[in-house]
Design a protein around this ligand. Structure first.
Ligand code: ZN
Length: 138
């Protein structure tokens, strides 16, 4: 028996919310790489990662009041945060924001590179993950 997880093992663990385009093949490869790394992090906590939103259209972004084109340009995804305890959510943010700062989206508010942020309130709360705009499909 092998003593580690392969990329495929981890990929197969990723769940998608109903109705979400579940095709990671059509996003930037760095986003797929990040998704695998994040899903492995969830597995290390005994949990399964769920992607709740991936690629969007302009009209969906307008409806959702999104000011970023990360989903539209295939460099962004949303991940369910409620699987994690609050303390784990902060560990997740700290770990991935540090690890991927070189490829992360830069926040317009403070000019800091941040791969993942907690977005929304209550049941809409989720991790929004975005690569730098240079990786966008435009
Ligand atoms: Zn998002």
């Amino acid at each position: 028996m092998k003593r580690f997880l392969s990329a495929n093992d981890v990929l197969e663990s990723i769940q998608f919310k109903d109705g979400t385009d579940n095709n990671l093949d059509s996003v930037h490869y760095l986003l797929t790489m990040v998704a695998i790394d994040m899903a492995a992090w969830f597995l290390s906590k005994g949990k399964v990662m769920t992607i709740t939103d991936l690629i969007s259209t302009l009209s969906e972004d307008v409806d959702l009041n999104r000011d970023s084109d990360a989903h539209r340009t295939k460099r962004g995804m949303d991940v369910r945060s409620s699987e994690l305890r609050e303390e784990e959510q902060y560990q997740f943010l700290e770990h991935f924001n540090d690890k991927y700062k070189d490829i992360a989206s830069v926040s317009r508010s403070d000019n800091k590179a941040r791969l993942v942020v907690l977005h929304g309130k209550g049941v809409n709360k989720h991790f929004h993950v975005a690569l730098n705009f240079i990786y966008g499909d435009r």
